[in-house]
Design a protein. Structure first.
Length: 294
């Protein structure tokens, strides 16, 4: 089988296994770069470890468009995509030997992103609440929802109106792997959602999405990142807190309140508690204390 139809089969495999649109798009982008470098009509079985080495050390992988070096994490992202593709191809019987088997990734501890202090969190929410208009109402609910549930941005933007069960105190989110999780929402967030739903239902749009763009389409991650930056600036918060940083903020504040890393793990829906430690932006003493309490 040639490389291009194999990549299409891999894309379908990812979607069938419940991977998010963002994840599938990321894999496809990296593998299309590989297809251009190796030739898309190349036979899959003809690709060997030397071809992999040449591709992964090429400028297409290691350099930006302006010629400057890419960050190690960006290079490792491509390596991960290649390893996942050829592991699947080997298991599917499309190749006899896995040419990416000897590719190794650097194991680095990811730096925790900036998070909001409790005071900054209040300033951010207040800045939005003091602003009138449908955009502010939408943004207030979106940001409040992440800050008080720890939802991933992809999960938040993937919510439909039907996923919100205010009376049952939860929202139903499509989590990693395609499973459905019911996430508890506290009283303040429930009130915000209830009021927002009344406004949202009056907006005639084909999309069932809870959060709509100005064009009546589901809000995308890039737009969410932009609106968070806007509100941070309006609130006078100079630090760079991303939409993912809002999830970290939730985890940090929850650990401060409970001192229990298992509680944070459950709230973030992590399978491995080792992953949870990356979401706790704490002084080492506080983290050590929480770990001792397990």
């Amino acid at each position: 089988m040639q490389l291009r139809p194999a990549l299409e089969r891999f894309r379908i495999h990812l979607e069938a296994n419940g991977h998010s649109r963002h994840t599938v798009s990321s894999y496809v982008h990296d593998l299309q770069v590989m297809a251009v470098a190796l030739s898309s009509d190349m036979e899959l079985g003809a690709i060997g470890p030397d071809d992999m080495a040449r591709f992964l050390t090429s400028q297409a992988v290691t350099r930006k468009a302006d010629g400057t070096p890419k960050a190690p994490g960006s290079v490792d992202k491509v390596k991960s995509s290649v390893k996942a593709f050829f592991r699947w191809a080997h298991e599917a019987g499309l190749v006899g030997a896995n040419p990416a088997a000897t590719i190794h990734l650097r194991h680095r501890r990811r730096p925790a992103p900036d998070v909001l202090t409790p005071q900054e969190k209040r300033h951010l929410v207040k800045a939005i609440d003091l602003t009138r208009g449908p955009k502010a109402e939408r943004d207030a609910v979106l940001i409040d929802l992440i800050l008080n549930t720890g939802l991933r941005i992809s999960e938040t933007l993937g919510l439909d109106m039907a996923d919100v069960a205010v009376a049952d105190k939860h929202v139903s989110v499509t989590a990693k792997g395609g499973s459905t999780d019911k996430v508890f929402i506290n009283g303040k967030t429930r009130k915000r959602l209830e009021a927002y739903l009344k406004v949202r239902r009056r907006v005639l749009a084909e999309s069932p999405a809870l959060f709509l763009s100005n064009r009546g389409q589901r809000l995308c991650v890039r737009q969410a990142e932009f609106l968070v930056d806007q509100w941070l600036a309006r609130a006078g918060i100079a630090k760079h807190v991303t939409v993912h940083g809002l999830r970290h903020t939730f985890a940090t504040h929850l650990l401060e309140r409970t001192g229990n890393l298992r509680t944070v793990q459950e709230a973030l829906r992590h399978r491995n508690i080792g992953t949870t430690t990356l979401y706790t932006h704490q002084a080492s003493e506080a983290l050590a204390e929480a770990l001792e309490a397990l």
